[in-house]
Ligand binder design. Sequence first.
Ligand SMILES: *[C@@H]1O[C@H](CO)[C@@H](O)[C@H](O)[C@H]1NC(C)=O
Ligand SMILES: *[C@@H]1O[C@H](CO)[C@@H](O)[C@H](O)[C@H]1NC(C)=O
Ligand SMILES: *[C@@H]1O[C@H](CO)[C@@H](O)[C@H](O)[C@H]1NC(C)=O
Length: 476
Amino acid sequence: MHALHWKTMVLVVALALLQPMLFIKVESFPALSDKITVLPGQPHVSFQQYSGYVTIDVKKKRSLFYYFVEAEMDPASKPLVLWLNGGPGCSSLGVGAFSENGPFRPSGKVLVRNEHSWNKEANMLYLETPVGVGFSFSNQTSFETVDDKITGMSHHFEQLLIDTRDNLLFLLHWFDKFPQYKQKELFITGESYAGHYIPQLAELMIQFNKKKMLFNLKGIALGNPVLEFETDFNSRAEYFWSHGLISDATYKFFTSACNYSRYVSEYYRESVSPICSMVMSQVGKETSRFVDKYDVTLDVCTSSVFSQSKIISPQQVTQSVDVCIEDETVNYLNRKDVQKALHARLVGVNKWTVCSSILDYDVLNVEIPTINVVGSIVKAGIPVLVYSGDQDSVIPLTGSRKLVHGLAEELGLNTTAAYRVWFEGKQVGGWTQVYGNILSFATIRGASHEAPFSQPERSLVLFKSFLQGTPLPEVF
Ligand SMILES: *[C@@H]1O[C@H](CO)[C@@H](O)[C@H](O)[C@H]1NC(C)=O
Ligand SMILES: *[C@@H]1O[C@H](CO)[C@@H](O)[C@H](O)[C@H]1NC(C)=O
Ligand SMILES: *[C@@H]1O[C@H](CO)[C@@H](O)[C@H](O)[C@H]1NC(C)=O
């Protein structure tokens, strides 16, 4: 395939570009100035929080915003976990930290504790990426500079490379601020379109480590990730049908006349065919805009916060249904006192938004598979977990399960833990299967696209077992 050939080239160029940057002494502020005294409305806690900017561009025009929460107990003994949300263009601060697995959730004027925060198990680093998302900014209007050197390449790959390079540079420079975390076990986690960001970032780290051990990467976890366009997107029809969201006749229509991957592909080329238009209008009519596609059992209000996929669910954007009048996170993060406490600035935008509207991202990137990149990470000996909130129709569990199984076969990894239930408390938390003791799949029962939001207890059990490399509870 062309993809492989290009990918190799991208890596070669990336390595060439990054080498000189590693030796540039970037001005590093002591982490102390990033320390958060207290967030407005925050209950008393014993752990430390930091937030601020890491400048990633040589010309110092691009800065990424992070929010870092140390582990609740004994941070020195706990790993470092980077969390990335998807979109592309959605905020890891607003979605990940303040709605999913961070220590607090905004509620009116105050913050309430999340009793199942992932900082019970790890030091959590939330990154708003790429530049243009949330509080991350570029003083320039377009994405060029260093990238001029690689314009000979396909535009798609150029974009992939920029994001990956920026994320990697971010971490390197973040370690300048927090050197005590440099040698710690590092895990990368995230969801949705981060199924593109994370494998690429991990692969780049592995390449770097061959020259010099810079990243103590111990594993990656991908929640409801986009890994392969056709498989992921075309699982939707069956999911809708089996959950009663569309009729038998429409299911047939949606799988024979025009499938979802074809529709998305046409949509992003601005050439939706009459047949696809007809199919999608029928599907839309039956599924109704009052069902949250990210959790078919959840009431619709959350969709305004969680529209994490301009790319993977384009019709959601055109509908622009906002049933929620109040959006706690948007209100909270737009307060001046909150921005001050976070050391955040608004540059080039006048409002913090959940998902960026200024991001000039090549939407066709979604068609590039990353499942093969996941394969190369496994081959390098890094454990991978793919997990699925099983109520999500946007990236349904069936597609992810099939992709993981297919990858295991391709890599010659036998099943080391047969498909079985796992427990949280006295209830089934989901199902799991492990291949070659290194590649795992798990569902989270009753969870949405944003699993830690809707199933915090179960998600925390899964997260803990992932970090510790121990089997999910087999009994209760
Ligand atoms: C970018 O813009 C911000 C806000 O105006 C400013 O504080 C910062 O110094 C600028 N950075 C550079 C490198 O120009
Ligand atoms: C989806 O449609 C495309 C274009 O018609 C076709 O090539 C592909 O095989 C279909 N995939 C599935 C899973 O039906
Ligand atoms: C996987 O199972 C097959 C069939 O039992 C066996 O031949 C093969 O050696 C196994 N591979 C590994 C890596 O254990």
